[in-house]
Design a protein around this ligand. Structure first.
Ligand SMILES: [Zn+2]
Ligand SMILES: [Zn+2]
Length: 226
């Protein structure tokens, strides 16, 4: 209930139309608040997290030691982090830069997990919508066109949220070899910028320790560790 005089700015989910909000479970609205807006991308991570958690038999906020593996850096990882509790800061979120809408949730105890990948035809090309999008993004759209575009965006998100598991994507049980838990390391001081850097990330420059941004990069085009 709102009290008079309350100045708190509206959360992202509170700015949605009532008929949209009504269709969203509480945890979905919370994920929208965390992310800052409702979009199809966020919804992908939301559904993937729910499906993986259900298959694995784990609930949000349990003590189960879980690790998340995300293969995209798009909107969806915010919902995935929010729902599973696997976060970058806790060291139990692994990001793989594969550009794929795939999310894996793993039990650390035995490496057993569930990988959920969005169907490859989930976003079938829609020439009318593509044209509308380019008009909106270039600022040429009329108010009516802009409204139609954003309504379609929300509708697409709700459809993904309400799709059956089979419509959403593929679900596979996987066994993953996980890296050891994050350890604590000593730091050395960068001789160039004077900031501390953890030992395993330190480089050498002119015979002294330095951090990665201060290091001299050398490569001939094929190295990966740059
Ligand atoms: Zn988004
Ligand atoms: Zn430095």
């Amino acid at each position: 209930m709102t009290t008079t005089g309350e100045q708190r700015p509206l959360r992202a989910s509170e700015r949605l139309a009532p008929e949209v909000r009504e269709r969203m479970p509480a945890d979905f609205r919370e994920a929208v608040d965390f992310h800052g807006h409702l979009c199809p991308g966020l919804t992908i991570g939301y559904r993937a997290a729910l499906i993986a958690m259900e298959r694995l038999g784990v609930k949000r906020g349990t003590d189960e030691d879980l690790v998340g593996i995300v293969e995209t850096d798009a909107c969806g990882i915010d919902a995935f982090q929010y729902l599973t509790g696997c976060t970058l800061g806790k060291g139990n979120l692994i990001y793989r830069d594969y550009g794929k809408q795939a999310f894996t949730l793993v039990r650390r105890a035995d490496g057993r997990g569930v990988r959920v990948a969005l169907r490859s035809d989930a976003f079938a090309p829609d020439p009318e919508r593509t044209a509308l999008k380019s008009r909106v993004m270039s600022g040429q759209a009329s108010d009516e066109e802009r409204q139609r575009f954003w309504q379609g965006h929300v509708e697409r998100a709700l459809e993904l949220a309400e799709a059956s598991v089979a419509e959403f994507g593929t679900v596979a049980e996987v066994t993953v070899e996980l890296p050891p838990k994050a350890g604590a390391f000593d730091s050395v001081t960068c001789t160039v910028c004077g900031e501390a850097v953890m030992e395993p990330r330190a480089r050498v420059r002119d015979g002294g320790f330095c951090c990665i941004p201060c290091s001299v990069r050398y490569g001939r085009g094929w190295e990966i560790n740059v």
